[in-house]
Design a protein around this ligand. Sequence first.
Ligand code: NAD
Ligand code: GLY
Length: 352
Amino acid sequence: MSTETVAVQLGHRSYDIQIGKGAVRNLDTGQRRTLIVSNTTVAPLYLDHALAQCAGAESIVLPDGEQYKTLHTAQSVLDHLADNGYHRDSVLVALGGGVIGDITGFAAALYHRGIDFIQVPTTLLAMVDSSVGGKTGVNHAAGKNLIGAFHQPIAVHADLDTLASLADREYRAGLAEVVKYGLLGNAEFLGWLENNAAALAARDADALAHTVAQCCRDKAAIVAADEREAGQRALLNLGHTFGHAIEAHQGYGAWLHGEAVAAGMMLAARMSARLGLLDNADLQRIAKLYEALGLPADPPPIPPARFAELMGRDKKVLAGQLRLVLLRKLGDAFITSDFDPEALDATLRDAA
Ligand code: NAD
Ligand code: GLY
C-alpha cells in the first residue's frame, strides 16, 4: 500500500502528513540532533524501529497515562534537552498517542523559544486529531489542557501498522473522533462510514487508510482556515462540552475521552432535534452507526443540574455564556450561544 500525503497549508509553517502502512520508514531528521520521546507502552513496540530511521537519535521514555500529562513531565523532557546540550536546530519526535504528542509538542514550543518537532502518532485518535493542527500542552489540577501553546509540527507520520497493537477500547474511542468529522462537516464521508462501518470496526487496512486520510484532509482544511480557533476550528469541539462534563463527573479515565465525545455528540444531536433542526430518522442514523462501531450512544446517569454545572466550567464558555456546537443537519454543524436554555435542560433531563 502506498503512502498518501495530506498537506497542511499554513504559509511558512506548512507541513505534510504522511499516511500509510510503514509511514514511519520515511521518518528522516537528516543530520540534525534528534530526541525521540515515547512512553513505557509504546517504546517496547516501536522505538527501535523509529531509532533505526534517524541516525544517531537518542530517546527518552516517559511513564504512560493521562495523569502524567503534566508540567512536571514536560520539565523532565526539558531537563533532558538542557542537560545534554541540545541546540536550537535539534528535533523532537513524538512517538505515541495524544498524550505523548501534546507533551512533546509543548516541550518543543518552550525549548529555546521553540524547536522543531515531528509527530509520529500511534493511536487512531492521535492520527485523526491530536497530531494535526499544533495544539500542544499539559493538564493542571484545575483542568485539562489548561497550560499550552500553539506550535505546529514540521511533519506528521501516521504509520497504520502501529494500530494493530492498539487495545480495542482505545481504537473505538478513536472512531468517535472519526464520526465527528462526518457529523460536523462532511455528509459524504458520513455516508461512507455508514457503508463501511463493519470494515472499519474490523480494522481493515484499506478502510483505515481512507478514513485517516479523509479525517486529516478535513482537519487540515479547518486548521488552515482558522489556526488559532478564532472561529470555525471550534466546530472540532462537537460533542466535547457535553463530553468533558461526562469525563469530569465520572472521574478522568473511567470514560475514555472518545467514549465521552461519542455520547456528547449524541446529546448535541438530540438537542438539535429538540430545536427542530434534526428529525428522528437523523437520530436513528447516528445510533445505527454507533452500534456498528461499538460507540456508546447514552451518557452515564448524571443529575441534570450537575451536568449543566459541569458544562458551565468548559474552556469554551465566553463572557459567561455557554457556546455549543449543534447540528443544522447531518454533516453541517454550527457554533452558537443563542439557544433556548429549555432545549438543553430537557435534553439533559431526558438523558438522566
Ligand atoms: P494516549 O496517548 O493516552 O494513548 C492511549 C493508550 O494507548 C496509552 O496507554 C498509550 O500508551 C497506548 N498506545 C498508544 N499507541 C499504542 C499502540 N500503537 N499500541 C498499543 N498501545 C498504544 O491517548 P490518546 O487517545 O491517543 O490521546 C488522548 C490525549 O490527546 C488527551 O490528553 C487529549 O487531551 C489529547 N488531545 C489533543 C488534541 C490536540 O489537538 N492536541 C486533540 C485531541 C486530543
Ligand atoms: N482537537 C481540537 C482541535 O485541534 O482544535
